[in-house]
Design a protein around this ligand. Structure first.
Ligand code: NAD
Length: 252
């Protein structure tokens, strides 16, 4: 990566210990950003710390649960000079393709907490800092499950539609403060998301499988990272409130 689009910039990346979040942290560091990464997975974060270091930039990796306000406060406290130019909300979990009639409250609460409430907490914490600077970019990694009901269970689909809504609300309300917010909706990506993707309700999975549509390809995390980083860079200065699929045409 020869470009230095993020030289001198501070970027917060959630879910930085694996998959797409790790690829985003790595790319941002290679492009000059000081990365503040967080994840609940300490081992994954240690691997990301090495990748960020190889990128030549200093980084701070924090073991933190984005559903816990005190952990979000620790992420804010770790920002150099309380500056943040880019927030990439990447952390997320699947819901084992559970349909609403089979859904227990704990699964609903957990999936909504990680995929929607956590990103909201990060946005709520970072927006005043960005507005104070008069500039900032938020990129929320949703899913094509934020565009259609056909690819996951009820909790995941609801959480990702909610994240798309949060993104649009921020884009609308904070544009005048110099902040942009956009959402990326990946299709299939080779990551560790399978940890929460084993189907639990056979009949629901069979129905979802029938409507999965034309899956043309499975992406690498780096292929999704390029879009996240572009939306977070000044090259996308006129892009605000966009919801962009990165799915190889799956939802076309
Ligand atoms: N892989 C896919 O096919 C796919 C498709 C569409 C959308 N997505 C979305 O992409 C994002 C990244 O997922 P991925 O595919 O890289 O999966 P992944 O499991 O490889 O990475 C997700 C990371 O989020 C972390 N995480 C989970 N809960 C957390 C919490 N409470 N606080 C902090 N970190 C937490 C995990 O520990 C993990 O390291 C997710 O939001 C996911 O919904 C993935």
């Amino acid at each position: 990566m020869s470009e230095q689009r993020f030289a001198g910039r501070v970027a917060v990346v959630t879910g930085a210990g694996s998959g797409i979040g790790q690829a985003v942290a790595r790319q941002l560091a290679m492009e000059g950003a000081t990365v503040v990464g967080c994840d609940v997975d300490a081992e994954g974060l240690a691997a990301t710390a090495e990748l960020v270091e190889e990128g030549g930039q200093p980084g701070t990796m924090i073991v933190a649960d984005i559903t816990v306000q005190a952990d979000v406060d620790r992420i804010v406290a770790a920002l150099p000079d309380r500056r943040v130019d880019l927030l990439a909300n990447v952390a997320g979990v699947m819901d084992h393709f559970v349909p609403v009639t089979e859904l227990d409250d704990a699964t609903w609460d957990r999936v909504l907490a990680v995929n929607l409430t956590g990103p909201m907490r990060l946005c709520r914490a970072m927006l005043p800092l960005m507005a104070g600077q008069g500039r900032g970019a938020i990129v929320n990694v949703a899913s094509i499950g934020g565009l259609t009901g056909a690819v996951a269970g009820s909790a995941y689909v609801s959480s990702k539609h909610g994240l798309v809504g949060l993104t649009r609300s921020i884009a609308n309300l904070y544009a005048e403060d110099g902040v942009r917010a956009n959402a990326v909706c990946p299709g299939g990506v080779q990551t560790n998301i399978g940890r929460s993707s084993a189907p639990k309700v056979p009949w629901a999975y069979e129905r979802l499988e029938r409507s999965f549509g034309r899956v043309t390809r499975t992406a690498t995390p780096a292929e999704v990272s390029t879009l996240v980083c572009w939306l977070g860079s000044d090259e996308a200065v006129n892009v605000n409130g966009a919801v962009v699929a990165s799915d190889g045409g799956w939802t076309s």
